[in-house]
Design a protein around this ligand. Structure first.
Ligand code: ATP
Ligand code: MG
Length: 444
């Protein structure tokens, strides 16, 4: 399997974000409206205390209430639309990606499936792509909207009291450093989780498929142990990411708490000295919340984005693999197949150094029946696989109607091919459905 590489933000931007720029822009506008509307309430509180109450201005009070209600309604509507538009887009992308990955997996050579458990592939197709939800969904937009609110709040805070703001920024900066460090540690954990998940589901699928063998050999205990071990490793993985996340959250609470203590001290002092109004103090505390909440949220979103990238890493790894039917190599199209098969000095090995077929030559002319007789493991099925073009020989030629099979466009050949394999395999459904499987529109 190809070694996994890190998906860069640039890749995600070009492939995931840019094609959806319209939807994401709408989301961004909505979130800006929503965030600006959310700043009205703290502003109104300051106004209420410092101006309306002090001047006993009842008409102004009414206006103030109306403005606040409008801002609240705006907030509710925009956040509803935001989820509706972005979450739907994200889910659409997930289903699109699933379809693409499934198609890709089916296009991979048969040998890929010998090395990869089918359950693991299921999890690649179904789960790995889910992370993009956090890129296209509300995650990224919230990150941007949050930064915006934080910046505006910061400006308002400085305008109210620059010194108090400076005091607050120190613990916030420390927190930001801790959070960044933590994400660096979380990303590999998420990546391993995907792998582990695939491994555990893969083994579980095999266990269930091989239930007769397992019971026949009284091997339940061994399977239980293997599964228990997998479940435990998954638990350890989740546990370590939980620890990192908890560290971020609790350091946030502590450092931001410290900031509040500072504000109480400095603010109290300024008010006593008459250098600050009650309204200003109240507004400062409220705006502070607006600056800090997005920063804490960002740490959450950061880990979501990390998860998204880890999933994309794994998806991209599959998408980069070479297809079985490589059009640049398989250029010969067979319009019809007569069925003359020639093996000419064919050698083949599944694993390096363990040759299975040694210089095999024979002809199987059209219209004849060819039987291969040999002891178990002598290579009969391997020869059949080569004739079905599941694999290509390491040396020598397999020819169909005089054409080198390794150069033949696969669909044009396999359209004419029928196989009955050693291991029977039926799809769920009736016998009729199974007979009709390759050509549902066949005549009676
Ligand atoms: N996917 C695989 N990966 C590695 N080795 C394989 C694979 N499939 C078969 N082999 C090995 O290749 C050799 C030939 O196997 P093959 O299945 O072609 O034998 P066979 O003649 O069909 O046997 P049987 O009569 O049991 O069906 C065996 O040694 C087998 O272990
Ligand atoms: Mg066989």
């Amino acid at each position: 399997m190809a070694s996994s590489k890190n998906i860069t933000f640039k890749w995600a931007f070009n492939n995931i974000i840019w094609p959806r720029r319209k939807t994401l822009s709408i989301g961004l506008i909505l979130i800006i409206i929503s965030r600006l509307a959310s700043l009205v309430l703290p502003g109104a509180s300051k106004y209420l205390i410092d101006d309306v109450i002090t001047n006993s201005d009842i008409p102004m009070l009414k206006t103030l209430l109306i403005v606040v209600v409008i801002a609240l309604a705006l907030q509710a509507i925009t956040s509803f639309l935001l989820t509706r538009i972005l979450s739907v887009e994200a889910q659409f992308l997930i289903s699109e990606l699933r379809v693409r990955v499934q198609k890709k997996v089916l296009a991979l050579p048969v040998r890929y499936f010998d090395d990869n458990k089918s359950g693991g592939l299921v999890s690649r197709i179904m789960s790995d792509v889910e992370g993009v939800r956090n890129l296209v969904g509300t995650g990224l937009v919230q990150l941007i909207g949050g930064s915006l609110t934080a910046i505006i709040s910061l400006i308002l805070l400085i305008r109210i009291n620059a010194m108090m703001t400076l005091f607050v920024l120190v613990p916030v900066a420390i927190f930001a450093i801790i959070a960044l460090k933590a994400f660096g540690r979380i990303r590999p954990i998420f990546r391993t989780r995907g792998k582990l998940n695939a491994e555990v589901t893969g083994r579980l699928t095999e266990t269930l498929n091989g239930i007769r063998v397992i019971k026949g050999f009284n091997a339940e205990q061994q399977e239980n142990d293997t599964f228990e071990d997998g479940a435990r490793r998954l638990f350890e993985n989740v546990k370590s990411s939980l620890t990192a996340t908890a560290l971020v959250t609790s350091s946030a609470t502590f450092l931001l708490g410290l900031a509040s203590v500072g504000i109480m001290g400095i603010g109290g002092y300024f008010i006593i000295q008459g250098q600050m109004t009650f309204g200003d103090f109240l507004a400062f505390t409220l705006y502070l919340g607006f600056m800090i909440t997005p920063i804490v949220q960002m740490s959450n979103i950061g880990s979501q984005l990390t998860e998204a990238f880890a999933g994309l890493d794994r998806t991209e790894e599959i998408m980069q693999m070479e297809n079985e039917n490589d059009p640049s190599n398989r250029t010969v199209v067979l319009p019809d197949v007569k069925g003359d098969i020639i093996f000419d000095d064919v050698s083949f090995s599944y694993e390096e150094g363990k040759e299975v077929l040694h210089h095999i030559s024979f002809e199987a002319p059209q219209g004849s029946v060819t039987a291969l007789v040999g002891s178990s493991g002598s290579g009969k099925s391997t020869i059949a696989s080569l004739a079905a073009s599941y694999m290509s020989p390491d040396s020598g030629l397999v020819q169909v109607d005089g054409k080198d099979l390794s150069k033949v466009e696969l669909t044009s050949y396999r359209k004419h091919l029928g196989v009955v394999l050693q291991d029977d395999f039926l799809f769920e459904g009736t016998i009729r459905e199974n007979i009709l499987f390759p050509r549902p529109d066949a005549t009676e």
